[in-house]
Design a protein around this ligand. Sequence first.
Ligand code: GLA
Ligand code: ZN
Length: 672
Amino acid sequence: MIEQDRIKKILFGGDYNPEQWPEEVWEEDMRLFKLAHVDTVTINVFSWAMLQPSEEVYDFSKLDKIMEMTKKNHLNVCLATSTGAHPAWMARKYPDILRADAQGIKRQFGSRHNSCPNSKTYRCYAPKLAAKIAERYKGYDNIVAWHISNEFGGECHCDNCQRAFRVWLKEKYGTIEKLNVAWNMAFWGHTLYDFEDVVLPDLRSEEFLRPGRTCSSFQGISLDYKRFNSESLLECFRLEREAVRAITPNIPITTNLMGAYKPLDYQKWAKEMDFISWDNYPEYDAIASQVAFSHDLMRGIKQGKPFALMEQTPSVSNWHPYCALKRPGVMRLYSYQAVAHGADTILFFQMRRSKGACEKYHGALIDHCGHEHTRVFKEMSELGKELDHLGSAVLGGYTQSEVAIVFDWDNWWASELSAGPSQNINYLKEVQTYYHYFHSHHIPVDIIGVDDDLSQYKIVIAPLLYMCKEGFDQKLRDYIKNGGSFVTTYFSGYVDDHDLVVGAYPGHLKDLLGIWVEEIDALPPETSNYFDYKGQIYPAMIACDLLHTKTAEALSTYKQDFYAGMPAVTKNQYGDGQTYYIATRSNDAFYEAFFDDLTKQLGIFPIINIPREIEATIRQNKNGNFLFLLNHSRETLKCEIDRVGKELLTNQSYQKGDTLTFLPYDVKIIKF
Ligand code: GLA
Ligand code: ZN
C-alpha cells in the first residue's frame, strides 16, 4: 500500500461496507466517491458471516460484485480478511472460540474481536478463510494491501489459553525450578511442583483492581502472561499472513494497530508486518503533542519507515465519553499531521454511516442524509482534491532526529503492575511529558525500543526505565562512552527482565549514572516537595528517589522534609559522554529549563523558529526536503520564514524573511 512504485500519491479513502446496503446504494456511493476524490477503499473487514454461512459453505457472490465494482471504478483496495468477528454458527458449534474474561467468565456470542487467540477452531478457520479470499481475488491488480483481521487486541482467560500458557512457559524456562526462581515463588509459599500447577494470573488468582489499572501480587507471572497474550495474538496474525503470502507474495501485508495500545508489544509485532498501519482516534481533549507522539511511536516501531494512517474519523467518533465534533479544519489538520510524522496514506473510518448498531452515529464521508451537501463531505472532498494536486511529492519521506526517547512495553507493564510505590506512576504520561518538550520546541524525536541502534543520536532519554533489560545497560555504556548523552528518571533500573530487584537501585545503571538510590518516597496528589535548579524552585511530585552521589555531581537538591539537601538532579561524566538522573516528576517549567540547557550544550536546534502553537516537522525524500507547518490554534498567527521555499498546497514561493500567515488550523508544506 505504501512504498510501491505504482502508487503515485497519498492514498485517500477508507473503510467501506457496501454489504450492509442494497445494491442501488452502491451506484450512488461510486458517484459520491468520485466527487470526493476517493481513490482507496478498505473492504471486507467484518464479513465472515456472509462469506462462510456454515461450516461447509463459502459464498463469495456478494464480495465478487464488490470487487468488480472497485475495479470498474478504478479504486485501490485494501483487502481485509474478515476475521475480526467470528460467525454465530461457529460460536454455537465450537464454543472453544469464545473468550473468557479476567474473572474467567466465558463470553457468549457477541461483540467483536471476540475470538480466543489460542482456540483451535479460530486458528484453523481464520487462515483458511484468508487463503480462500486470496485464491479468489489474486487476479485483481487493484489490491494494494492485505488488512489482516482488525485491531487485534484484548486478553483471553479461558482454558485453551491456560493450557497454551503452560506450554509457552515450559518452552521458555525448561524446568519448574527455573520458573519458581524467575517468579520468586518462595514468597507466600507459592512454589509450584509442576507446570500443571500454573494458573492464569487474573482476578481469580494473583491480580486485583486499583484505580485505573490492574495490579498483581506476582508481577513476574503477570508480565509473562502479557508477553504470552501479545505473542498468542501475533501468532494469529502470522497464520493469516502466511496463508495469503503463499498465494499473493507481492501484496504487502499489514494489520491496523492502535498507537500506544498497552496490551500488545508492537515493537515485536512490527518485525512481522510488511508495513505499519494504525488507527488514530485521539480523545476530545488530546493535545497536539500526544497525537504527534502516537504517530512517532508508530513510525519508530518500524525504524522510521513511512506508515499508513488506516483509520481516523472524518468528524466524530461514537465511543469516546464525549464525542465532540472535529471543528471545521481539524480533520484536514489531523490528516496532514499524520503525513508530517510519516504517513503516506490518509484513510478514514468510514465511507458511509451505517443504519443501525453502535457505530450509526460515527462520522462518515456520506452521512445519513445520503447526499453530498454536508460540511463533512465538503471538507473531505476539498482535502481529496488537494491530495490529487500534491501527488507523489512527499511520499516515502524520512525524518532525521538527533533525539531518541525509549519506549518499551515490558517497562510499561512492569512499572504499573506493582501496587507501589504510587498508583500515580504512569509510564505513558511520563514518556509523553518528555516528548512534549521537544515537540513544542520543534525538535524531531524518534521513539525507539531497547533493541534499536543508539549511535546516531546526540541524546537518548529513557523515562521510567524501571526494568533494565538484559544487555541494555551495556548498550548504554558503549553509547555514552563514545560521547552520547543519556537522561533517565526516578524509579529506573530497579529490576531485571523478570521484575526481580537486582540489588541497590538503579541496579545495573549505577556505574554509568554515578549514584545509588536508597529509598523512594511517594507523594500523595495533594502534597509535593521542591527542588532548585539554576536558582529557580520547581515542584517534586508523584515520587522522590532519595539518592547518594558516587561519581556524579548534584545539579539540584530537595528543599523540604527530612531529605532536604539530598540530590534531586544529578550529572555524571562517563567516558566521553554524560548521564543525567532526574529523581522525581516535575512540571513543564522545569523540563523547559533543563532541556533548554542540555540542547544548547549539545548543539541540538529547532528545525525552525516559529510560535509554539505551530507544529513543525521535516520529511526528506529523493524530491527534496519538506517542512510541514501546522497551526493547532484557533487564532490567525504570523511568523517569518527563515529560508527560501515553495509552498506545495498553494504553489506560493517564499523568500527568506517573508511573512507566513496561518489561518486557524492552517497547514503549509514548504519544499526547500
Ligand atoms: C476502530 C475499528 C473500526 C471502527 C472504528 C470506530 O478503529 O477498527 O472498525 O469500529 O474503530 O471508531
Ligand atoms: Zn482463550
